[in-house]
Design a protein around this ligand. Structure first.
Ligand SMILES: [Zn+2]
Length: 270
């Protein structure tokens, strides 16, 4: 925790996979976007984020190559389980955003993953981070609808972003990505899939539950209403642990020590 005690937990876990009319995705919904559309829209948003270092101060991947290598190893351990549907279809590129006061991570369609240094410093160990990142990846992998985004922008505008050159609209979508919340069912599904992804690794597959417990216990953290109400964090923790038990996941590692070494490769927290 930072001395200021004013961490803003956004934790929107806003990965949005793709816009599908039904609000669902690989689960049988009518999806008007192709995988290529996912990739194209994700690439456009990623380019927009890269062009806006004031809003998204991304750590340089060469200067901080050790930190990036660590996160990519974590990502690869998830992708290599065989549980990620679009493991080879999507990009799964990682960018670290250097904002220590923001506890958040998000993901674009097509799998561009963004994680804030505030989140990296907030979690207790690597299993918690793995749980959060697996949840983000699940939203992209499952190609969850963003009802809010579709309502806000309309399908035609989102389609136009793929083929056109609308920098200001892209910037707005990118900014809103950090704030949007998914439906309760999408969140629950992503929680469950995150457990499935981690179940094939050495990580404690209930890592995300530890994160939610930590958030609830942190008095200094500001939690937006949507985060604390849907789904209820207590319910999420219980459901995640139940999923771990049902799947009989055997991983127990939290990698606390190696995680501390990873943190030392980041800029010093302010
Ligand atoms: Zn989510």
């Amino acid at each position: 925790m930072q001395g200021s005690g004013r961490l803003t937990v956004v934790f929107t876990i806003v990965c949005f996979g793709i816009i599908s009319i039904s609000g669902c995705s690989e689960g049988g919904g009518v999806n008007i976007f192709s995988l290529e559309d996912d990739r194209a829209l994700g690439a456009k948003i990623a380019a927009s984020i890269a062009s806006d270092p004031a809003q998204f101060p991304v750590l340089d991947s060469v200067q901080y190559h050790q930190a990036y290598a660590h996160l990519y190893a974590l990502r690869d351990s998830i992708l290599q389980t065989g549980s990620v549907v679009h493991a080879t279809d999507f990009n799964w590129e990682i960018a670290i955003i250097h904002q220590d006061t923001i506890v958040n991570a998000f993901c674009t369609p097509g799998g561009y993953i963004y994680v804030y240094t505030g989140l990296l410093q907030f979690v207790d160990n690597e299993a918690q981070l793995a749980g959060v990142l697996a949840h983000e990846m699940a939203h992209a992998d499952l190609r969850h609808s963003t009802d809010q985004l579709t309502k806000a922008y309309g399908i035609s505008l989102l389609l136009n972003l793929i083929v056109g050159e609308n920098g200001s609209a892209l910037a707005e979508v990118a900014a809103n990505l950090t704030q949007l919340a998914f439906s309760r069912s999408d969140e629950s599904q992503a929680d469950a899939f995150a457990v499935q992804y981690l179940c094939g690794t050495t990580y404690d597959a209930s890592g995300a539950a530890g994160f939610f417990e930590k958030v609830q216990q942190d008095d200094s953290t500001q939690i937006p209403a949507f985060f604390s109400t849907h789904p209820n964090p207590d319910d999420r923790v219980a459901e995640i642990k139940e999923e771990v038990a049902q799947l009989q996941c055997t991983g127990t590692q939290t990698y606390q020590d190696s995680y501390r070494r990873f943190l030392s490769t980041l800029p010093e927290a302010k």
